[in-house]
Design a protein around this ligand. Structure first.
Ligand SMILES: Cc1ncc(COP(=O)(O)O)c(C=O)c1O
Length: 430
């Protein structure tokens, strides 16, 4: 049945739409952090950040069904739910971020953020980090550095590297020196944009640097990037599509781990727990300026059903204490994985924050040569043991472990045990 479905998928959706794993998983149901495939096999989901409060959370399902059975309509009518959701969502931001514009995807949210920034500044230049991804629109394809796009980097886009204190090249170096060296690349990129007449409209930064492979950035780096862009007249876009909503544990939004309030913050993935819901959050000044210049609307975004779902997700996070749990379980797992990585000289230190972490796999004990193929085997081995995760980074050599926030204490040994056994299978005895 799964083979047949695969062929039918190839014959309709095509072969280029990505599927995880050597043997794709055919999932039929989910509950909490557990997924069941067509053969009845259960998997612990240690990958998905979209079902943030848990797969098929009964309260989300109930809120969705109740509103769908009452009214769902496009966004050009007054609706109590929609305004209530906007108020509750904005209540979780700094007071100056007091406008929200709903979208259907992270790509749409980022596209709008850039439109606002381009119009506000009158500039065209965009800065982006090396090996990042922010979405699939035409504009965003032109600034994608982390995935293959035929467009390539657009002429008005410059990318800069993100320093990683865990990189072998930085071993033992003073973080301030690493930071200043990295910021010089940003200065150069800004000089080039100014020199070529594009000016500087915006930088987009994903605060946990997920696609980049969770680099451990030196203190002051992110703030330094923002300060330089602002001094050149540009705005700062904080992409919280992956890092937001309590994922990083210590703060509700990932950017709050830095001394920084972005001009625009974009949200997506976990916001609707699987229902397509995203948003651009910004200041009244920026949104009023844009609104006066553009007749902007979005048919589906933030409709009553989406808003009912979004609202319920926020309330579940509060009622179930998921934000605090993300920090607590994150540190439990991190300390277990730290023991594991310390036993194998081909494993790098544990990276990430809250319930988003991973570690690098290398060919050598000196950590000079990342080992993408071994990391791939590791992901497959972990899956064989009933846990789903993935890998990231420029060479695909950083494990990506990012379970729903619904993870429970009793799930932790399943995750860490599968990792421990799989490391043994792939790398051998320490
Ligand atoms: C950091 C980040 N920003 C934006 C996006 C785009 O979001 P969407 O796929 O909802 O358009 C993604 C998707 O993977 C992402 O990881």
């Amino acid at each position: 049945m799964t083979e047949d479905l695969l062929e039918r998928r190839f014959a309709t959706i095509g072969r280029h739409s990505p599927l995880f794993y050597d043997q794709p998983v055919h999932l039929v149901s989910g509950s909490g952090v557990w997924l069941t495939d067509a053969d009845g096999r259960r998997y612990l989901d240690a990958y998905n950040n979209v079902p943030h409060v848990g797969h098929a959370h009964p309260r989300v399902v109930e809120a969705l069904c109740r509103q769908a059975a009452t009214l769902n309509i496009h966004t050009r009518y007054l609706d109590e739910r929609v305004v209530e959701y906007a108020e509750e969502l904005l209540g979780r931001f700094e007071p100056e971020l007091d406008r929200v514009v709903f979208a259907n995807s992270g790509s749409e949210a980022n596209e709008l953020a850039f439109r606002v920034a381009l119009q506000h500044t009158g500039a065209r230049g965009i800065l982006v980090t090396d090996y990042s991804y922010h979405g699939n629109t035409s504009l965003l394809a032109g600034l994608t550095t982390g995935l293959k796009t035929h467009e390539g980097l657009a002429p008005h886009v410059r990318s800069f590297p993100v320093p990683d204190m865990d990189a072998a090249a930085n071993d033992g170096r003073d973080p301030a020196v690493v930071r200043d060296e990295a910021l010089r690349h940003v200065d150069e990129a800004i000089d080039q944009l100014l020199g070529s007449g594009f000016g500087v409209a915006a930088v987009i930064v994903e605060s946990i640097f997920s696609t980049e492979g969770l680099p451990r950035v030196p203190a002051g780096f992110v703030e330094g990037v923002a300060a330089r862009v602002r001094a050149a007249g540009g705005l700062v876009i904080g992409d919280e599509v992956q890092a937001g909503l309590g994922r990083t544990g210590s703060t509700f939004w990932g950017y709050q781990r830095y001394d920084l309030v972005p001009d625009l913050v974009t949200l997506g993935k976990p916001l609707g727990n699987g229902h397509p819901l995203a948003a651009t959050v910004t200041t009244a000044a920026l949104w009023e300026e844009f609104g006066a210049r553009n007749e902007f609307f979005n048919t589906f975004a933030g409709n009553p059903v989406s808003s009912a779902v979004g609202l319920e997700v926020l309330r579940i996070i509060d009622d179930e204490g998921l934000f605090a749990r993300s920090a607590r379980l994150g540190s439990v797992i991190r300390s277990d994985l730290t023991q594991l990585t310390a036993q194998h000289d081909r494993l790098g230190p544990v990276k990430g924050d809250g319930l988003f972490f991973g570690f690098s796999v290398f060919e050598d004990a000196g950590h000079a040569r990342p080992d993408g193929p071994a990391t791939r085997r590791l992901v497959e081995e972990v899956k064989r043991r009933g846990v789903l995760l993935s890998r990231i980074g420029p060479t695909g050599s950083v494990l990506k472990i990012r379970p729903p926030l619904a993870l429970q204490d009793e799930d932790v040994p399943t995750l860490t045990g599968a990792l421990r056994e799989s490391v043994l299978t792939v790398l051998g005895q320490p």
